[in-house]
Design a binder for this molecule. Sequence first.
Ligand SMILES: O=C(O)CCC(=O)C(=O)O
Ligand SMILES: [Fe+2]
Length: 314
Amino acid sequence: MAPQTPSLPRIDFSSENSEPGTSSWLSTSKQVKDALENHGFFLVTYDKISSEVKNAFILAMKEFHDLPEEQKSRFTSDKPYLGYFGQARDGKPPILELTAIGDPTSIQAVEGFTNLFRSSGKKDHLREIILSYTKQVAELHELILKMVLEGYGVEKYYESLKESLAYICRVNKYRATEPNERDVAVVPHTDSSFMTILDQNEVNGLEVKSKDGSWVPVDFPPSSFALVAGDGLLAWSNGRIRPKVHRVIMAAEEPRYSIGLFCYTHGIVEAPKDLVDEQHPLLFKPFNHFELVSLTQTKKLYLIEDRLKVLYGV
Ligand SMILES: O=C(O)CCC(=O)C(=O)O
Ligand SMILES: [Fe+2]
């Protein structure tokens, strides 16, 4: 039997719980808010994304990673956080190769990626798979965001926030490890996104840091996704939601594929005035979200949990 992760909150988004306006919607929104404030993390069961769509997406990414190094490396961008990255370490294949596609719900952006493949049949097929998967996970993001706003009684801001959302899809491939090899493949960090939805193949490896400092391995139940709070939610909630520290440990006979759909805003991140009062003075100056992403990368603030305070603290 798969190991249980009892200390991590799990929320069921079956259709009757995620229909806006119903009483179950209100109680699910409360669960979302409580899980985010207490853990910065939850597992969500959501059966609207079929296993066929998910498996086709993972297979497509496997095909990409099976391409020769030279071909993969041609996927680049002028933005420091997009493109393909994979570097051999100590003469061994890299433990982690990552591929970050900006704006992955737009046809043009996805074509920038699928154009790496030579056959036009393959390009069309991959484009459809990527768009189908990322659009459905983006819908899940929007549902969660709507619940967060509902939970704080500020759903009036939902439409304008939704209009400004921007996504990055990052696929991580972790190679199988050798017997007795146990690699910290992704060091402890928090995400600079508003929030991130993580999905994976059947190989575990993600761990989240609990309040007592211990590491809790995350086991993904069927049809579930992990929701990780990032810096954007910290600023927007005016300190009520803390980003979750997480890492990846690889010790597995099979490669692990994980997919992160990182949710950002195109514009400025700031706490709504309703969440600022005498008990909750404003903690961060309004900031441009993609400036934070660039600074995190170029100033090497990736590992600094308090980077928002350092950069934009009031
Ligand atoms: O592979 C995972 O499960 C998590 C990866 C991660 O934390 C990240 O890409 O920011
Ligand atoms: Fe992360």
